[in-house]
Design a protein around this ligand. Structure first.
Ligand SMILES: Cc1ncc(COP(=O)(O)O)c(C=O)c1O
Length: 427
């Protein structure tokens, strides 16, 4: 090519959760059964999509408008419905997106290049990659501390904000992926306070808000934001088992409190207009789905199931010297951190099948992170497909499993496999 084609941020784009799938497919082709523990997909995990959801969607298909374009901001009725649940907003403070990457990307891309959003570390990579891509340099982070129940280091956050005038916003993911943390009102109020004192806006990714094990833990940005400008992200792919709907929205708070923030939100709307509109069908059925009695019942049932799975995982793995397991406070991910002082990082697992052994060894040549090697060898030896978490912009050596497995016996079987494999690395 006469000029380099690559954008400065091409290295920032990776998604290990899906990249490991390519390797799993290859290993499956050598006749190894795969146990998918890498991603939240209830359908792939055999969770039946409830009949009441299918009935509502089926009925909607009789209406011609679900096949058409809809307004850029989304269907009026749906926005009115959402606004009716939250006294802090009107329908004009709601803007729909095709999926959260669409929202995440537009929120960062619409900022001036040198205006930065500080986010948590470990970071959910869709945010950290998109923010880094917008700035053309690494994402700026504040630490979540595993020794303090994954709470944010507020002193570090404030210092970074104080000494870097380019930071214009704080990103909070609450409930948090991948740590499983849910932050207390006190912690969240301290973050709002920092934003207020340094004249920042807030971005809260709250897509898991309805999935906390305890209802009392649910503190939303709209409960505590006071008069600080902010954006909350919502999404129907998690509390409804319909991730393929690719349908989410943002709620904007206190837009009128700052002229510059208001213009910024207007610019996000303008960039949405270039796409005309988001998917019509999921937004059309959204009020009906949320208002259904079945929704509340099935949500409770699912939360209970995930909580039971978390208890089980703690029983099987929680005692081990080689790892620390901080039980999640919400839904379906669980992270397991290696206690590096108790782990033999040079151990190479023995894989009997020559083809698999050769493939994975070649694949891992040049890889230095222990958690990555652990997860790929675990996959090669046992078929259990997890996600190495150092990829979450993180310095820890750790990995993530889901709590989704429908069949309890199979879940125990998977955990036992993981346990045996961890023991191989005993020092
Ligand atoms: C915090 C957070 N935000 C956004 C998303 C994006 O959701 P989806 O995978 O449905 O696109 C995820 C997905 O896991 C997430 O954990």
């Amino acid at each position: 090519m006469r000029k380099n084609l690559l954008h400065i941020w091409h290295n920032e784009l990776s998604y290990e959760i899906r990249e490991i799938v390519g390797v799993a497919y290859k290993i499956r082709s050598f006749w190894r059964e795969i146990f998918w523990e890498n991603i939240w997909d209830p359908v792939a995990k055999w969770e039946q999509v409830p009949v009441w959801i299918k009935d509502i969607v089926r009925e909607a298909l009789n209406h011609d408008e679900v096949y058409g374009y809809c307004p850029t901001r989304w269907l009026d009725k749906t926005r009115e419905y959402i606004a009716s649940k939250n006294p802090k907003i009107t329908k004009d403070n709601i803007l729909f997106f095709n999926w959260l990457w669409d929202a995440i990307n537009k929120i960062y891309r619409s900022l001036a290049f040198d205006s930065r959003v500080i986010g948590p570390n470990p970071a959910y990579s869709t945010h950290s990659s998109a923010e880094a891509a917008h700035a053309g340099t690494s994402h700026i982070t504040y630490s979540l501390d595993p020794k303090n129940n994954w709470n944010p280091d507020l002193e570090e956050l404030e210092n970074k904000v104080k000494y870097n005038p380019n930071i214009v916003a704080i990103l909070v993911i609450n409930p948090d992926n991948p740590t499983g943390a849910v932050f207390s009102r006190e912690v969240l109020e301290s973050i709002v306070d920092i934003a207020k004192r340094y004249n920042l806006f807030l971005v809260f990714d709250e897509i898991y808000e309805k999935l906390t094990y305890e209802e009392a833990d649910r503190v939303l940005l709209s409960d505590i934001i006071w008069d600080v400008p902010g954006i909350s992200m919502k999404w129907i792919s998690k509390d409804l088992p319909w991730p393929g709907s690719r349908c989410g929205w943002i709620e904007v708070y206190n837009e009128e409190k700052d002229e510059n923030f208001k213009q910024y939100i207007a610019s996000i709307l303008s960039s949405k207009m270039l796409e005309v509109c988001s998917t019509t069908l999921p937004q059309y059925v959204l009020p009906k789905l949320y208002e259904s009695e079945n929704y509340k019942i099935s949500l409770q049932e699912r939360i209970l199931k995930y909580k039971t799975r978390a208890d089980l995982a703690e029983k099987i793995l929680g005692w081990m010297q080689e790892v620390t397991l901080i039980k999640p406070k919400w839904a379906f991910y669980m992270s397991i951190t290696f206690n590096m002082e108790n782990v033999n990082t040079t151990h190479i697992p023995n894989i009997k099948e020559y083809d698999i052994e050769k493939y994975v060894t070649d694949f891992l040549s040049g890889v230095t992170r222990f958690d990555k090697k652990f997860c790929y060898y675990l996959l090669a030896k046992t078929g259990v497909c997890t996600v190495p978490l150092s990829w979450f912009n993180s310095t820890f050596e750790w990995f993530r499993v889901t709590l989704l497995e429908e069949d309890e016996q199979k879940f125990i079987f998977i955990l036992e496999k993981i346990k045996e494999f961890i023991l191989e690395f005993k020092k």
